[in-house]
Design a protein around this ligand. Structure first.
Ligand SMILES: [Zn+2]
Length: 402
C-alpha cells in the first residue's frame, strides 16, 4: 500500500486544484474518473487518489486508457467544511440541470458555483471520450461504518459493483434527490459512490486506495497483479465478508435543518435494531424503530437532512428475476394496464394514474428497474435507467460478460 503507516496526511495540506491528478497510458482503454471531496469535510478520497497515482508513477505500472481525479467542492475542501450554503451532492436535480442547459441557472452561493464548474467539466469529459467511461464518487461518513457502495439500480451499475466484496446499497435514488452520480448514471454510464468509513479514521484512506486500485483492475486499466487485487480482496473479505450482500433502503428519517435532531449515541451503519428501540430525538420527541431492522448512515454531524436510514437485505431471487425482466424489456407489460403510458419516445419513463398505481406495489416497480418516483395530484411519473444505459460501451468488458 502507498499509505504504509495508515496516517492521515497532515491537516495543513490544502487542496488547490480542480484536477487532483491525471494519468494517460500509451495504449487505449477505459477512462476512470474519481471525484474526491464533493463534501469538503471528506478529503480522504483526494489523498487516496494522490497516493495511488504516486504508486503507479513510482513503480512505472503500465496503464491502458486514462485516470482522472477531480476535487469536488474545492471551496469547501480548502476550508475543511462540508459545504457553504447548499450540499453539492443534492444540486444535480432535473430542474437545476434543465436550467443549466438552457443557460438560465444563476449561482447564488459558492456551492452552486462549484456545481456549474463541475457540470461543465463532466460534459467535456464525456464529449472527449473514446473508451468506456466510469465515474466514482469517494466519500466518508460521520458515524463509524464498514465501507459500502451506494448504487443506483441499473444493471451495468449492479454488475460492476458486484465485483467488490462489501455491502451494495440499492435504491438510494428514491430517497435522495440530486446526487452527482444519479445524474451521470442517467446519462447512461457506470457510476456509483464509495463510502470508505468514518471521516477521520486512517483506515478510510486505505479503503479508498483499495477501492481505486480494484476499480482500475476491474475496468481493465491496470493488471490484477499490479493493483494487488488478490491481497486487497482477501483483506476486505476478512474484515467485511459477512456483510457482502445487496441491501435495499426502505426508510429515510427526514430532518428539517431548523428543528433539533439528536441521534442516540453509539449507532453504526449495518447495526441491527429491535422494534421499539429508541433511535433518536427530533423536535423534543422520541423516535422508535417500528420493526426489527438495520440502521444505515445515522447522522452525527450538524449539517445534513438525512437523520438515518433503515435497510434490509435484498433477496437473491429478486436480483435474478429483475435482471431477466430488464434484459428482455418486459416493462412494456406495465403499459398494457389501463391508465399507464410511456411519457417519452426513449421509453424510459411512464406516467401512471394514481388509481392504477395503487395496484402496482413498489417492489414490483423495482423489479422492472423503475426507481425514481415523482408525484402530482393524480399521477405518478416513474423512471427507468436501463434504456438509457450505454450497454454497447461496455459489452466487450470482462466484468460485463462474466
Ligand atoms: Zn459525503
Amino acid at each position: 500500500m502507498p499509505n504504509q503507516n495508515n496516517q492521515l496526511p497532515p491537516s495543513e495540506e490544502i487542496i488547490t486544484d480542480r484536477f487532483i491528478d491525471q494519468l494517460e497510458g500509451d495504449l487505449p482503454g477505459p477512462h476512470l474518473v474519481f471525484f474526491g471531496g464533493i463534501h469538503g469535510n471528506e478529503p480522504s478520497g483526494v489523498f487516496a487518489f494522490k497516493n495511488v497515482i504516486q504508486k503507479i508513477r513510482d513503480k512505472k505500472i503500465p496503464l491502458k486508457g486514462k485516470i482522472t481525479g477531480i476535487a469536488g467542492n474545492l471551496w469547501a475542501l480548502q476550508r475543511k467544511e462540508r459545504f457553504q450554503k447548499k450540499d453539492l451532492n443534492r444540486l444535480w436535480t432535473r430542474e437545476n440541470i434543465e436550467a443549466l442547459n438552457q443557460g438560465h441557472f444563476v449561482p447564488s452561493n459558492e456551492d452552486e458555483e462549484q456545481f456549474v464548474e463541475l457540470h461543465d467539466l463532466i460534459l467535456k469529459i464525456i464529449a472527449n471520450e473514446t473508451g468506456p467511461l466510469y465515474f466514482f464518487d469517494l466519500h466518508t461518513t460521520s458515524s463509524q461504518s464498514i465501507p459500502f457502495i451506494p448504487v443506483n439500480d441499473s444493471l451495468i451499475n449492479r454488475n460492476f459493483a458486484n465485483q467488490f466484496p462489501i455491502p451494495l446499497i440499492l435504491g438510494i435514488e428514491e430517497y435522495i434527490d440530486g446526487p452527482v452520480l444519479s445524474y451521470i448514471n442517467e446519462l447512461g454510464y457506470v457510476s456509483f459512490g464509495f463510502e470508505a468509513g468514518q471521516h477521520e479514521d486512517p483506515l478510510s484512506v486505505k479503503n479508498h486506495e483499495i477501492f481505486i486500485q480494484l476499480s482500475l483492475a476491474f475496468a481493465g486499466a491496470c493488471s490484477q497483479e499490479d493493483m494487488e487485487v488478490t491481497q486487497h480482496l482477501e483483506f476486505w473479505d476478512r474484515k467485511y465478508g459477512p456483510y457482502e450482500h445487496f441491501y435495499e433502503i426502505n426508510f429515510r428519517f427526514h430532518v428539517d435543518q431548523k428543528i433539533p435532531f439528536q441521534m442516540m449515541p453509539g449507532y453504526e451503519s449495518f447495526q441491527a435494531v429491535k422494534k421499539g428501540e429508541k433511535l433518536a430525538i427530533y423536535d423534543n420527541k422520541e423516535i422508535f424503530a417500528t420493526k426489527d431492522t438495520m440502521v444505515f448512515m445515522p447522522l452525527y454531524q450538524s449539517k445534513g437532512e438525512d437523520g438515518f436510514f433503515l435497510i434490509r437485505k435484498t433477496p437473491e431471487i429478486f436480483l435474478k428475476i429483475s435482471s431477466f425482466l430488464r434484459k428482455n424489456k418486459l416493462d412494456k407489460i406495465i403499459t398494457w394496464l389501463p391508465g399507464v403510458r410511456w411519457t417519452s419516445e426513449e421509453k424510459d419513463s411512464m406516467i401512471v394514474d394514481l388509481r392504477v398505481a395503487r395496484l402496482l406495489a413498489k417492489p414490483i416497480l423495482h423489479l422492472f428497474g423503475y426507481r425514481f418516483v415523482q408525484r402530482d395530484q393524480t399521477h405518478l411519473i416513474i423512471w427507468n435507467r436501463e434504456r438509457k444505459s450505454k450497454y454497447r460501451d461496455y459489452e466487450n468488458e470482462a466484468w460485463f460478460k462474466g
